[in-house]
Design a protein around this ligand. Structure first.
Ligand code: DC
Length: 221
C-alpha cells in the first residue's frame, strides 16, 4: 500500500490523539502529536519562570535547548523524556498561551515539517496541521464535538484514573482553551480547506476510526 500523509485537526478534548494513534497503527504510519511541542514550551516557561508573552526569552531558551518530538507521543527536552509531566491543567493552559506567539509557532512548524519530510507517510494531529504544517496532506480531517461532550469525556477519563474532578473547572478550562486557540491572531484553529469534518459527539471511537480508515485506504490504493 502507498504511504500517505494524514492531517488531523480539531479542538481540545475531541479525541484526536486517541484516534490518530489507532489509525497510524492500523495503516502502518508514524504518529506524531504536535501539541506536545507547545506543552513542552509551556512547561519550560513554568519551570524557568519565563513569562508566557516573553517571546524573546522563550526563543533564547529554545535555541540553546535540544527538543526532540518523537513518534508515539514522546517528547524529549535535553535528552530527558518529559512527556509524563505535560498532562496537567497548568501545562495545558500554559501551552495555549505560548501557542499564540508568532515566532514560537514558526519554530514549532519548522520542526514538525522537518519530521514529516523524513517519513514516507505520517499521521499528524494538532490545530494547524492541514492548514499550515502539512498543507499538501493527502487526507485532512477536522474532528469536532460539543463542549459538553468533550468535558464529559475528560471527566470520565479522570474519574477512571481515580482522580478527583471539579466538573465546572473542566468545562471552563475547555471553553478557555477553545477561545484562545480559535481567536488567536496567528494561525488560529480553523477547518482547513478540503478537510473532511466529522462530528464525533454521538459516535464511538471505533465508528470514527472506521470512517477515517475507509477514506485513507482509498487514497493508499
Ligand atoms: O493538543 P493539545 O491540547 O495537547 O495542545 C496543547 C496546546 O497547543 C493547545 O492549546 C493548542 C496548541 N496547539 C497548537 O496551537 N497547534 C498545534 N499544532 C498543536 C497544539
Amino acid at each position: 500500500m502507498k504511504k500517505i500523509n494524514i492531517a488531523i485537526d480539531g479542538p481540545s478534548g475531541v479525541g484526536k490523539s486517541t484516534i490518530a494513534k489507532i489509525i497510524a497503527n492500523q495503516l502502518d504510519l508514524i504518529f506524531v502529536n504536535t501539541g506536545l511541542m507547545y506543552r513542552c514550551i509551556g512547561y519550560i516557561c513554568l519551570k524557568n519562570k519565563i513569562k508566557f508573552d516573553d517571546e524573546k526569552s522563550i526563543l533564547d531558551y529554545l535555541n540553546k535547548a535540544k527538543i526532540e518530538l518523537l513518534p508515539n507521543e514522546i517528547i524529549k527536552l535535553n535528552n530527558e523524556d518529559i512527556t509524563k509531566n505535560l498532562w496537567t491543567d497548568e501545562v495545558s493552559l500554559a501551552a495555549s498561551q505560548v501557542a499564540k506567539l508568532k515566532l514560537i509557532r514558526e519554530f514549532c512548524v519548522h520542526h514538525q515539517q522537518e519530521i514529516a519530510k523524513n517519513q514516507p507517510g505520517i499521521v499528524m494531529e494538532g490545530r494547524d496541521i492541514g492548514s499550515v504544517v502539512l498543507k499538501d496532506a493527502d487526507l485532512k480531517f477536522f474532528l469536532t464535538a460539543s463542549v459538553e461532550t468533550r468535558a464529559a469525556r475528560r471527566i470520565k477519563q479522570l474519574s477512571l484514573k481515580g482522580q478527583k474532578v471539579n466538573e465546572e473547572e473542566i468545562l471552563n478550562n475547555i471553553i478557555e482553551r477553545d477561545k484562545r486557540d480559535s481567536e488567536r491572531e496567528h494561525t488560529p484553529l480553523i477547518k482547513p480547506e478540503n478537510a473532511i469534518e466529522i462530528d464525533t459527539s454521538f459516535l464511538t471511537i471505533e465508528e470514527v476510526v472506521d470512517k477515517m480508515i475507509k477514506l485513507a485506504k482509498e487514497k493508499m490504493k
